[in-house]
Design a protein around this ligand. Structure first.
Ligand SMILES: Cc1ncc(COP(=O)(O)O)c(C=O)c1O
Length: 390
């Protein structure tokens, strides 16, 4: 009998779709992890750390070498001055940073604003803290914020707003106007901000990622969360972090010390080396992902799916309604079992009231080798004939 706090939690949609994909030997464009490894020299750095005896507990806030590298990276890419001793906490992936920040800052009954669709850990984290999620849907086709709806979600119980830019699953990058609106409302209602920026380096074409904490007036109320998983293609290393002013860092660290205490030590040195890779690494990453995105976008368009090409992340959220389906779970099951390509039904990323907003979409991940995407493309051709016989 689970505790009442978690009684509503159901198995994650990722696990279900991955199981179905394996059962049907489908190409898995569902769960967002690369089917390739990150740089060899960073793997070597992790192995070197193990050989060098970096094998006992890390310092609870993170090894100094990684906290310094996180601060240096923030300065290098955003001009953000960060004190590695008082403003950085290394966690077991961005996921643990999110949980520590939410448990550390939300009191029972506090409201937390979440944009939908949203990464599936946000709501359970809020519920575990005893908080009350307030949902503001992003509006298709370009996933813009309806500022009137956003404004109406704030009140004097609003403790926190969760922002994710670039945004999973839509690929939206929050604009300067979005930042301005959010800043004004957070100042008006004295609300804290968690800005989840794990896709910070996955931005394409002319798009630029901006750090929300640097928008005017937000430095003291914003926690920035990121991790090495997406940027360096080592999602399994689960090395993430929270950057926040000392008072907010204190809240994160209090939870962290009594939950995991510390994350895996050898990856601290390796992640530090990764963050310091030269600009060429980051440029190549972006160029490679641009090519993968463009390839998959063309294939999906050609199959009759509709979407605005995403400026960020490694996801395409595509509207399949022209194919005659009207339910995302059914469509994704059909795609997996009949076409042999797995995708994620995004209604799982919406509250019950807003699920219809996601039910004509499927989320495809393009963080895959070109040969994987090419194989998926061959199979997706069958949609053109298959949709007739669904
Ligand atoms: C928006 C978002 N935040 C956080 C995470 C979790 O990151 P990590 O693997 O570092 O815990 C993910 C992973 O998919 C994500 O998409």
């Amino acid at each position: 009998m689970p505790a009442s706090r978690i009684a509503s939690f159901t198995p994650s949609i990722f696990a279900e779709m991955s199981r179905l994909a394996a059962e049907h030997q489908a190409i898995n464009l569902g769960q967002g992890f690369p089917d390739f490894d990150g740089p060899e020299e960073i793997k070597a750095a992790a192995m070197e750390a193990i050989h060098n005896g970096e094998n006992q507990y890390a310092q609870s806030p993170g090894q100094p070498v990684l906290r310094q590298a996180i601060a240096a990276h923030a300065q290098r890419f955003y001009g953000q001055a960060v004190n590695p001793d008082t403003e950085v906490t290394v966690t077991c992936g961005a996921s643990e940073a999110l949980l520590c920040a939410i448990l550390g800052l939300v009191n029972p009954g506090d409201e937390v604003i979440v944009f939908e669709p949203c990464f599936d850990v946000y709501v359970p984290d809020i519920l575990m803290a005893g908080g009350v999620p307030r949902f503001v849907p992003l509006r298709a086709p370009d996933w813009h914020i309806d500022y009137a709806e956003l404004s109406a979600a704030f009140n004097n119980r609003t403790r926190l707003i969760l922002v994710n830019t670039p945004h999973n699953p839509t690929g939206k990058i929050f604009s300067p106007a979005d930042f301005q609106q959010i800043a004004a409302l957070c100042e008006q209602w004295n609300t804290l901000i968690i800005s989840d920026e794990v896709y910070e380096h996955l931005v394409y074409d002319d798009a630029r990622h901006a750090r929300l904490a640097l928008a005017p007036g937000l430095a003291e109320r914003t926690l920035t969360i990121s991790s090495q998983g997406k940027t360096f293609s080592f999602t399994g290393w689960k090395t993430g972090w929270a950057i926040a002013p000392p008072a907010l860092t204190d809240a994160v660290r209090r939870v962290h010390q009594f939950s995991t205490f510390a994350s895996a030590t050898p990856f601290h040195s390796a992640a530090a080396r990764a963050l310091a890779l030269p600009d060429a690494y980051y440029q190549t990453l972006r160029a490679d992902y641009t090519a993968r995105r463009d390839f998959l976008a063309e294939v999906l368009h050609d199959c009759g799916l509709r979407f605005v090409t995403p400026p960020g992340t490694y996801f395409i959220m595509a509207d399949f309604s022209a194919l005659g389906f009207d339910d995302d779970v059914k469509f994704c099951r059909w795609l997996t079992t009949e076409i042999g390509v797995a995708a994620i039904p995004p209604s799982a990323f919406y509250s019950d009231a807003h699920k219809p907003l996601g039910q004509h979409y499927a989320r495809f991940a393009f963080c895959k080798k070109m040969e994987t995407l090419e194989k998926a493309a061959e199979r997706l051709q069958r949609i053109k004939t298959g949709s007739a016989s669904m």
